[in-house]
Structures are given as C-alpha cells and as structure tokens.
Design a protein around this ligand. Structure first.
Ligand code: PRP
Ligand code: MN
Ligand code: MG
Length: 178
C-alpha cells in the first residue's frame, strides 16, 4: 500500500497470539462474569480476533479515548470520547488494547474503571512497546513485544489511516510528516 515500508508482524502471527491469549483468558475466567472493554479506535481489530478465541460467555462494550491526535508521538493527554454503557459493578473487566506505548492511556482507563466497583480490572494488549513506557503499568495478557518504531495496521493508524491493513507494518518515512 502507498506510504508503507514493510511488514513488521504478519497477520498469521497476530492471529496466533489472539488465539493463545483467548485460550488463556477462557481458562482464567471460567465461571466468572467477564466484560471485555475494547478501546476505540485502535483496539477493535484485535478485540474481534481475541473474542472469537474466547470459549466462555462474555459481555463486551467499547470505550473511546484518544491521546495521539494526528501526530506519531503521544501527547500524554487522555480524553474520554465515548464511555461504556454496561454496568461493571461486581463484574470482572478486561480492557482490550492494540498497543501499550507510554502506558498513559491504560493507566488512566484502569483508574477510571476501578472507581465503578468491578471485582477486577486487568489488561490485554496485542502489542507492547516497553521501551517507551512513562508510567509503570501491569499488563496481565501481553501479545507481542515490538521495538520503538512507528507502526500501523491491525487497527493502528497514522493520521486516521492504515487501520485496515491486516499486517502490522512500518511507515515509509517519506509519507510521514511530523
Ligand atoms: C493509541 C493506541 C493505544 C494508545 C497507546 O491510541 O491505540 O490506545 O495510543 O499509547 P499510550 O500507551 O502512550 O497511551 P490513539 O490515542 O492513537 O487513539 P486511536 O486508538 O483512536 O488511534
Ligand atoms: Mn488507541
Ligand atoms: Mg491512533
């Protein structure tokens, strides 16, 4: 695709990770009331893959937050655009993200959801970029660790584009105006 340099993580490996994590989650939450909370926009592709590998009944909802805007670097400002509709009091919550970068989005989200009386709040992410972490955050279900390179595809965007790429790709620097 125009603006893309190459594939960093192929769709097969991404799907295999979703399957692995789905199996583990199904085991850990057996006979528990679990709510999956997908973080829009980026988290929806992984959530769709992950939930189809979960073999226990689960409820799900979306929350929409944004921290990046139209830049390739995190601004550190987390904004809630759309909240979940489900009542999570007395339920187990699993936040599903595409990427943990600085950790600011998830730290904020976890704190927010914890004020609503859930039995637990854990985090599941498809991708982890630990080299860029600004705040300490526990990630219970971690997919693939990636280097500090700007990536798009599999739900991740640059300026709103490229979320539809099935593979995780690196950007062509020529297409990347900072
Ligand atoms: C990206 C990504 C994560 C977050 C991670 O979302 O999808 O949600 O940043 O960054 P952090 O760990 O530094 O907080 P973004 O804010 O770009 O919104 P989007 O999902 O709508 O693209
Ligand atoms: Mn996001
Ligand atoms: Mg984004």
């Amino acid at each position: 695709m125009e603006g893309i340099k190459g594939v960093l993580i192929g769709r097969d490996m991404l799907l295999k990770k979703a399957e692995e994590l789905g199996t583990q989650i199904s085991r850990d939450y057996r006979e528990k009331e679990l709510v999956l909370v997908g973080v829009l926009k980026g988290g929806f592709v992984f959530l769709a893959d992950l939930m189809r590998h979960i073999t226990i009944p689960v409820d799900m909802d979306f929350i929409s937050v944004s921290s990046y805007g139209h830049s390739t670097r995190s601004s550190g400002v987390v904004r809630i655009i759309k909240d979940i509709d489900i009542n999570i009091t007395g339920k187990h919550v699993l936040i599903v993200e595409d990427l943990v970068d600085t950790g600011l989005t998830l730290k904020h989200l976890k704190e927010l959801l914890n004020t609503r009386g859930p039995l637990s709040v854990r985090i599941c992410t498809a991708l982890d970029k630990p080299s860029r972490r600004k705040v300490e955050i526990e990630v219970e279900y971690k997919g693939i660790v990636i280097p500090d390179e700007f990536v798009v595809g599999y739900g991740l965007d640059y300026g709103g584009k490229y979320r539809n790429l099935p593979d995780l790709c690196t950007l062509d620097p020529k297409a990347c105006k900072k």
